[in-house]
Design a protein around this ligand. Structure first.
Ligand code: SAM
Ligand code: DTB
Ligand code: SF4
Length: 343
C-alpha cells in the first residue's frame, strides 16, 4: 500500500462516472499508456506476467445465444458438442499445464447455469486441481448462492463470469440473459468469499462508449474484480458477431491497447488478463498491452475451442520482452480485504 499511495490514481475507487471513464479513453495515447504503466507499478512487478491455462471441460451445445460464441447451440459453427469430461482427464490436463509453466488453471463449461447434479463432480475436479498447487478458476455459467459456497468449499479461488460489454450494447450480444442475471451471480461469488474474475470482449462492433460502459460497470461494482480479462473477439464463422466483424473489419489495435490501459487505471489492483485474440497479435502489440498494465496471458495452443499461440512461441515472447512467470495469486480477495477493513 505504501507504494500505491505514491500515485493518486493507484488507490481503488468505486465512484467512477461514465464520463470520467470516457475521458480516460480520450486521453492522448502516450499519456494514457504512461499513466497506466505507472499505476501498474504501484501494485505489481511489471516484469512479471502470469501464465494461465484453460480447459474446456464441457464443450458445445450451450443454451445461451452469445453472438460471439462457437459453443452456442443457436449457431452452426461446425463445433462437435461433448459431454462433461471425467475428473481423471481433467487432472491429467492440469498436471500437464503445471509442467508447461502455468500457475493458474481455468475450467470452462458451455452451460447456461450449473446444475446441482453436476456440482459434486465439479467439486472433485476443483479440489484435485487445487491439490496440485495451482490457482483454480472455473467458468460454468450462472450460479446460485449455495452452489457458489460449494465450489468455494471445494477449493475454488476464482470464478469467471464476464459482463462482456457495456449495458447499452448487451442486447446486441445476447438475448437469453440480462446484465442483472450476470450481476446476481457475481454477488453470489463474492458472498461465498471467492475472488471474482470478470471482464469482457473488445471488437464486437461496439462503440467506444460501450467499452467505457463495460469498464465503468466493472469499476463501480461493490468490489472491483480481482481478475479482469480483456478479450479481443476471435471471429468464429457462423456466429452473428464473428461474421459481422469479418465483413466490417476488426477493431483498431491501438483502441484495444487503450481499453487495456483504462482497465488498469479504473481497477488498479486487478490482474488484467490479455485473454482471447493473441493468436493474431504481433509481439509489439502484446508488448504495448503489457506496458499498459496487462499482467496475465493464457498459454497453450488452444483457448477453450479456438487457437492460441503455442508454448514455444510464448517462451520466445517472454525471452524477447524479459518477462518472468508469476506465481499463483491466491491472496485474499478484494471482497475479503474490504470486509477486514470494515470490521
Ligand atoms: N458459459 C460460461 C459463460 O459464458 O459464462 C463460460 C464459458 S464462456 C466461453 C467464457 C467467456 O469467453 C465469455 O464470457 C466470453 O467473454 C469469452 N469468449 C467466448 N467466445 C469468445 C470469442 N469468440 N472471442 C473472444 N472471447 C470469447
Ligand atoms: C475469458 O474472459 N476468456 C477466456 C476465459 N475467460 C474463460 C475464454 C476465451 C474463449 C475464447 C473462445 C474459445 O476459445 O472458445
Ligand atoms: Fe454458452 Fe458461455 Fe458460449 Fe455464452 S459464452 S454461448 S454462455 S458457452
Amino acid at each position: 500500500m505504501t507504494q500505491a499511495t505514491a500515485h493518486p490514481m493507484a488507490t481503488p475507487r468505486n465512484d467512477w462516472t461514465l464520463e470520467e471513464v470516457e475521458a480516460l479513453f480520450a486521453r492522448p495515447f502516450m499519456e494514457l499508456v504512461f499513466e497506466a504503466a505507472t499505476v501498474h507499478r504501484a501494485w505489481f512487478d511489471p516484469s512479471e506476467v502470469q501464465k494461465s491455462q484453460l480447459l474446456s471441460i464441457k464443450t458445445g451445445g450451450c443454451a445461451e445465444n452469445c453472438g460471439y460464441c462457437s459453443q452456442s447451440a443457436s449457431f452452426q459453427t461446425g463445433l462437435k458438442a461433448e459431454k462433461l469430461m471425467d475428473t481423471t482427464t481433467v487432472l491429467a490436463e492440469a498436471m500437464a499445464a503445471k509442467a508447461g509453466g502455468a500457475s493458474r488453471f481455468c475450467m470452462g463449461a458451455a452451460w447456461r447455469e450449473l446444475k446441482d447434479r453436476d456440482t459434486p463432480k465439479l467439486a472433485a475436479m476443483i479440489s484435485g486441481v487445487k491439490a496440485l498447487g495451482l490457482e483454480t478458476c472455473a467458468t460454468l455459467g450462472m450460479l446460485t448462492a449455495d452452489q457458489a459456497r460449494q465450489l468455494k468449499d471445494a477449493g475454488l479461488d476464482y470464478y469467471n463470469h464476464n459482463l462482456d460489454t457495456g449495458p447499452e450494447y448487451y442486447a446486441e450480444v445476447v438475448t437469453t440473459r440480462t446484465y442483472d442475471d450476470r450481476l446476481d451471480t457475481l454477488k453470489h461469488v463474492r458472498d461465498a468469499g471467492m475472488s471474482t474474475c470478470c471482464g469482457g470482449i473488445v471488437g464486437m462492433g461496439e462503440a467506444r462508449r460501450d467499452r467505457a460502459g463495460l469498464l465503468h460497470a466493472l469499476a463501480t461494482l461493490p468490489v472491483h474484480p480481482d481478475s479482469l480479462p480483456v478479450n479481443a473477439l476471435v471471429p468464429v464463422t457462423g456466429t452473428p458477431l464473428g461474421d459481422r466483424v469479418k465483413r466490417e473489419g476488426e477493431i483498431d489495435p491501438i483502441e484495444f491497447v487503450r481499453t487495456v490501459a483504462v482497465a488498469r487505471l479504473v481497477c488498479p489492483r486487478a490482474m488484467v488478463r490479455l485473454s482471447a485474440g493473441r493468436e493474431t497479435m504481433s509481439p509489439e502489440m502484446q508488448a504495448l498491452c503489457f506496458l499498459a498494465g496487462a499482467n496475465s496471458i493464457f498459454v497453450g495452443g488452444k483457448l477453450l475451442t479456438t487457437p492460441n499461440p503455442e508454448q514455444d512461441e510464448d517462451a520466445q515472447l517472454f525471452a524477447l520482452l524479459d518477462l518472468k512467470s508469476m506465481a499463483p495469486q491466491i491472496a485474499p480477495s478484494q471482497t475479503q480485504v474490504a470486509q477486514t477493513q470494515a470490521a
